[in-house]
Design a protein around this ligand. Structure first.
Ligand code: 21W
Length: 236
């Protein structure tokens, strides 16, 4: 939170960030926040009374979202980031240990997972959510990298990028990018974006808004890939 974009967002007043130690809301002498599960089995479960005390203290009278980070939540995407960016305030509750007492569900508005892999706790997931949401706030990104122009904003992966030198260990920057022909460059980039998405994320392609020109370019991509396959060449 003290570097780069998240730091800039705080400096410009777009973001205020607070952390709260859940242990501060325990009432026991040893500041216990978890306990063994009813029904037995291993692992520790975060206690509902402690969590709800923490939620209510942090949220106060506000009606803002209270989001539990959880492997069982709906999967975080660009659209979820856009939706969350509409709220002036968010409370993120980070699970830990084997999970939280199920009754905490009655005190949250949403639960979010950041993907299908196992983390140790929800803290990194919360950081990912904050980063992606804050980037959507007005004025946080510079003019050249406006959030609306980013990968995923139009549902496709980005085209490849190059900078100097023009040649590095026999690896050359594509001629078209050095041609100065802006129309040809735009077409090349669009085709590359379509090709990459087709190859790595066909799931995105099915949902993307494609023009007739895009469909034509995709036809060319598919033909080039089939040709490469037939000749035993690498397509990418
Ligand atoms: C991981 C908690 C696994 C509980 C099945 C049976 C928050 C997360 C987390 C964690 C379990 C997110 C088990 C993607 C994540 C998070 C900690 C359950 C025991 N499983 N997004 N027994 N991945 N993870 N493990 O892990 O809190 S958002």
């Amino acid at each position: 939170m003290q570097h780069s974009m998240m730091w800039k967002a705080q400096q410009m007043g777009a973001l205020t960030f607070y952390t709260h130690d859940i242990r501060a809301y325990s009432t026991t002498a040893y500041r216990q926040v978890d306990d063994t599960p009813y029904g037995g089995g291993g692992g520790m479960i975060m206690k509902v009374d402690v969590l709800v005390r923490a939620i209510e203290a942090v949220r106060g009278d506000d009606t803002c979202p209270v989001i539990l980070t959880s492997p069982q939540g709906r999967v975080f995407t660009h659209n979820v980031a856009l939706e969350l960016a509409q709220h002036p305030r968010l409370v993120l509750l980070c699970g830990h240990y084997e999970g939280v007492d199920e009754r905490v569900r009655h005190f949250i508005t949403d639960d979010i997972s950041i993907g299908d892999y196992v983390l140790t706790g929800g803290e990194l997931a919360a950081m990912v959510i904050i980063d992606a949401v804050v980037r959507q706030l007005d004025g946080v990104l510079g003019a050249e990298g406006g959030a609306a122009n980013e990968s995923h904003a139009d549902g496709l992966l980005e085209h490849p990028h190059y900078t100097r030198p023009a040649s590095f260990r026999g690896l050359d920057v594509p001629d078209v990018l050095q041609s100065g022909n802006h129309e040809a460059i735009a077409k090349w980039r669009r085709k590359q974006a379509l090709a990459r998405t087709w190859q790595h994320r066909p799931d995105l392609l099915r949902r993307a808004q494609l023009s007739e020109e895009d469909k034509y370019l995709l036809g060319e991509v598919a033909r080039a890939a089939a040709e490469a396959r037939r000749d035993g060449r690498q397509f990418f």
